[in-house]
Design a protein around this ligand. Structure first.
Ligand code: ADP
Ligand code: MG
Length: 170
């Protein structure tokens, strides 16, 4: 049967890093929605935000996730993908959704100096705390399982997910 695994969580929790390892271990396609959005738009994400705003980015992300509704593979999403319930429904369809979580301080360390666009006009620290609080229920509600991704390397997180999947396939 087709295997679909989706990784959700705040930016910097390691969805791309873990997803790549997991796809490799499973011999499945690695589908990173941020990368697919960039390809669809023909420009990098910071430029999409400058030219089309967050709404423009979300529309492209929505189309991308809809296109993966029946895909086989490991899907790494953008941190805000779960703010649209339609995305959650598409990610959950025939698939297992894993939430990667990390403390705000860990996230701040990981994203410091990156060119990821801000979403609120707040300082990076305030933005991380505010958005984590705002999205908490959506993250938890969308996930089948939540994994601490703040205190172990990506390879170990991939191992945990593999165990969960294999346990279920029994
Ligand atoms: P996301 O896709 O969730 O935004 P990334 O996989 O792009 O996160 O990781 C963001 C940054 O944090 C990268 O520099 C990556 O190397 C680092 N990173 C990701 N996961 C871990 C981890 N478990 N331990 C240490 N560093 C990590
Ligand atoms: Mg990513």
């Amino acid at each position: 049967a087709a295997v679909k695994i989706a990784l959700i969580g705040f930016r910097g929790t390691g969805k791309t890093s873990v997803g790549r390892i997991l796809a490799d271990r499973l011999g499945l396609p690695f589908l990173d929605t941020d990368t697919m959005v960039e390809r669809r738009a023909g420009m990098p994400i910071p430029e999409i935000f400058r030219k089309k705003g967050e709404a423009g980015f979300r529309a492209l992300e929505r189309e991308t996730i809809a296109s993966l509704r029946d895909a086989e593979g490991v899907i790494s999403t953008g941190g805000g993908a779960i703010t649209d319930p339609a995305n959650i429904a598409d990610l959950r369809r025939h698939g297992r959704v894993f939430l990667l979580s990390a403390a705000p301080g860990v996230i701040l360390d990981r994203i410091a100096g990156s060119d990821r666009p801000g979403l609120t006009g707040l300082s990076q620290e305030e933005e991380v705390r505010t958005l984590l609080a705002r999205r908490k229920d959506a993250y938890l509600g969308a996930a089948d399982a939540c994994i601490d991704a703040g205190t172990r390397p990506p390879r170990e997180i991939a191992d945990i997910i593999l165990q969960e999947i294999r346990g279920e396939a029994g």
